[in-house]
Design a protein around this ligand. Sequence first.
Ligand code: DAH
Length: 340
Amino acid sequence: MEQQLKKLMAEAEEALARAEDLDELNGIRVRFLGKNGLLTGVLRGMSKLSAEERPRVGRLANEIREKIEDTLARRAAEIKEKVKTARLEAEKIDVTLPGTPFLTGSKHPLTAIQEEIEDIFLGMGYSIEEGPEIELDYYNFEALNLPKDHPARDMQDSFFVGPEMLLRTHTSPVQVRTMERTVPALPVRVIAPGRVYRRDDDATHSPMFNQVEGFAIDKRVTLGDLKGTLQVFAEKMFGRQTRTRFRPSYFPFTEPSAEMDISCGMCGGKGCRVCSYTGWLEILGCGMIHPRVLEVSGYDPEEVTGFAFGMGVERIAMLKYDINDMRVLFDNDLRFLKQF
Ligand code: DAH
């Protein structure tokens, strides 16, 4: 029996030495010292012992129980300590480390340019209007003096979404929508930024792009007012040294119509690759609002005149930042966007 007890002791010590957590220790306690544990099991055989042996074996059994309990307590303390150290180690913070950098965004170049254009015209007393991107044929074409089957519709290859509805091909319909609302009030000075859609797709054309429309109506608005206004715009946008020129052109909703060029900022007008050696860059279409457009909007063309212009925001961004492929403006590659 003493042999058995000593073997039990050795087994318990070995198990305790190997135990890695408190659950395991508890299992060992139950297995060896529990009510139905191994030690009790051995002691059940005590009755078979002689009277001299019994106290000796009893003492040994007690010693063994105490020893196991001591070891259990020591191992429990060790394991708790180990867990605590591991936790402290895991939670350690080095307050001297640099912080996690916080990425700050920046405005997309198109947004920045659009806001710059808006600011320039807000400063000249214009207000901002918006119109729908899905537009009626009436506002996009007909009210702008572009009747059905008019050849000038070919200049704006369109996405129709219904027989009388399309994705607007320009921001000019906002002219008519605004005038219908303001008539007969004068003066009206409005810019209308927004997305427009055409069936074009190459390095300098995207099926979706942005325009800013502008127009002013009042009694006795002249072509001189148009030129002066756009000269101020060009100087504020591209620098004081910028010169402008107006070339005759054709738009059904203006008469007369013109295209405005600015002197090339790259070569100062001497001629270079950017301006195709002309010294000039085309930036917008403009003209005096056609009497018919005033009339369908409710204004009397005998009383009122106006000028209008429309520019492409992408084109201005490309000129200003020297970008030669429009598509980078829509790729949303951060390596590109971060440069602004
Ligand atoms: N809507 C024209 C286009 O998208 C641009 C334009 C030209 C607008 C002349 C105007 C204008 O207001 O007067 O091609």
